[in-house]
Design a protein around this ligand. Sequence first.
Ligand code: AMP
Ligand code: MG
Length: 352
Amino acid sequence: MITTEIIKVNAAAPEAEALDRAATILRRGGLVAFPTETVYGLGASVYHPESVKRIFTVKGRPGDNPLIVHLYQWEQLTEIVAAVPEQAALLAKHFWPGPLTMIFPKKEKIPPEVTAGLPTVAIRVPSHPVALELLRRSQLPVAAPSANLSGRPSPTRGGHVVADLNGKIEMILDAGPTGVGLESTVLDLTSARPRILRPGGVTFEMLEAVLGAGEVEAPQFTKCDRPLAPGMKYRHYAPQAPLRLYTGDREKINCALLEGIRRETAAGKKIALLAFEEDRNAFQDLPGLSYFSLGERANPAESAERLFNLLRLCDEIGVDAIYAVAPPRSGVGEAVFNRLWKASGGNVEEIK
Ligand code: AMP
Ligand code: MG
């Protein structure tokens, strides 16, 4: 155990003193958790391979799952990247700073600890003022995965980071809830056609609008697919209780859910339901059921913002099973679906 300094910072106008202290820790090879607009990240200088290794140790992260390098401006890219494809500048112009990670061939000097031995490196410029200002003050490329214990839902509140990493890292900057709530979109620019490896806040539709119709390969994830991004094969975003994801016709889902919930709660089980605001009334006053709202069905950004916090709440109240209703799979809904699907470990019930 070490002493973790936990500092509350103003999200919109972070205090200079806190940022300078955090930047100094990074420069000396320490670990700092900081908010980004997607989720909280756990950062180390890319030029301290031992510190980067420590990220894997404290998270319990498998060694073959590469990290994302965070920069504060496009101009730093050539420090790290061996070749910059044409599309990258266009994408950066539209989406950086923001929740888009791009994969490039890496320069020799980026240590293998950062990229899990891959010849490519993932890079992003976050838009959160705390992240941006910390990166600027440290003058370092910072390798940072999500600041959670491996396998647990990613942290979208300072308290989530404290719960997972207090006593294991030097500092936690707590600036309240993150905005997007899901990890960044990962786009591979080293294949023939830009390919989405992980859906996120920058959607397929947004990428196509910039690069042109047919120019982006959509994300693929079904039970039989091999994982496209290295880390995607691991059980992710998973609460302690088993989660069953319901897809298909809305009315029929509600009937199936009611039947299942009544049966399970009658048998003394504690059940959590993650469903949309529109269906709240259908599940009123069921003893043994905790209803958690994913927001309006038509607003997947709201579902994204809430999801990981709700999964952690399910753990806190200690339910026996979680049922979740799948969102429509367009726009950010695709990323929400992806995370729920991963949390379910493939336990999906298609109601036709
Ligand atoms: P995390 O920040 O915990 O979500 O982890 C970063 C994720 O970025 C990894 O799990 C990978 O899916 C992806 N990633 C990082 N580097 C690469 C790379 N070089 N090639 C492909 N995917 C990558
Ligand atoms: Mg992660």
